[in-house]
Design a protein around this ligand. Sequence first.
Ligand code: DAK
Length: 259
Amino acid sequence: MTDAVITHIEDAVAWITLNRPDALNAINNDTRRMLPDAIDAADANPDVRVMVIRGAGPRAFCAGADIKEFATVDAPAAHRQSRVQRHWIAAFDRAVKPLIASIHGYCLGGGLEIALACDIRIAATDASFGFPETSLGIIPAAGGTQRITRVLGMGVALDLILTGERIDAQHAWSMGLVSRVVEPAALNELTRGIAQKIASRPPLATQFAKEAVHTGAEISLAAGMRQETDLFTHLINTQDRQEAARAFSEKRSPKFTGR
Ligand code: DAK
């Protein structure tokens, strides 16, 4: 194992850093092995309530798959690798806790796929986004074609995928690819603030809200409404729901335990 991915836990937030700054945090085999492990570990850790994915160094969140590595694989190996690929990105879908992508610099190809697999995307003004895959004779295959269509709609998704054009943070914000844009020097502070705000909420309410939105996007409105009611009903009986009401009446800050 290398230090291609490092995790730092602070105040209920797991900061998971893609750590290959000399290669603009390109995703290599170590990243594919270590990133899902880091996400699974943080998701299972009772001391963690929110995960942040970010890139090390000043230039990139992630410049996509390591081209030098995947240029050398033959077809059978590529097929095996694509199964690994599905496995590593699936860790994002398994996670019950919220994932925030904190994006600066290049966010390309597989890097954009990582960002799209997160629940919230925050960008610095120096961020740029794009899918260069077709220029390399491939397609985004870590969920990119599927997720960007769900996030942005088919027209914009096809434009980005087929042209491979890069867009800046302001453009990304205007189309809804990221929900907030901030000066690079303020990115960490904004990310920490959002992560801590979410971490201060009752964990089950946060997790159920995430589940309702994600599952709801895949099913009929009626089924989604039904699921929303079921999740709400579970929450009504939690200690944290009762604590929130008690704290409000007693004019004090609530203490949430996740029960
Ligand atoms: N891979 C490996 N090294 C990379 C890299 C990458 N993607 N991107 C940058 N680097 C390295 C450079 O080689 C350089 O290293 P040295 O030469 O200094 O050793 C260093 O990072 C700095 O990069 P540059 O010197 O190129 O910096 P510039 O400012 O000139 O340019 C750039 C920055 C981001 C525009 C440029 O580096 C660039 O175009 N990078 C490549 C972007 C890209 O095309 N990424 C790949 C997208 S395709 C799969 C499914 C999906 C995928 C793969 C497999 N399977 C199912 C098996 C996904 C594919 C992709 O993500």
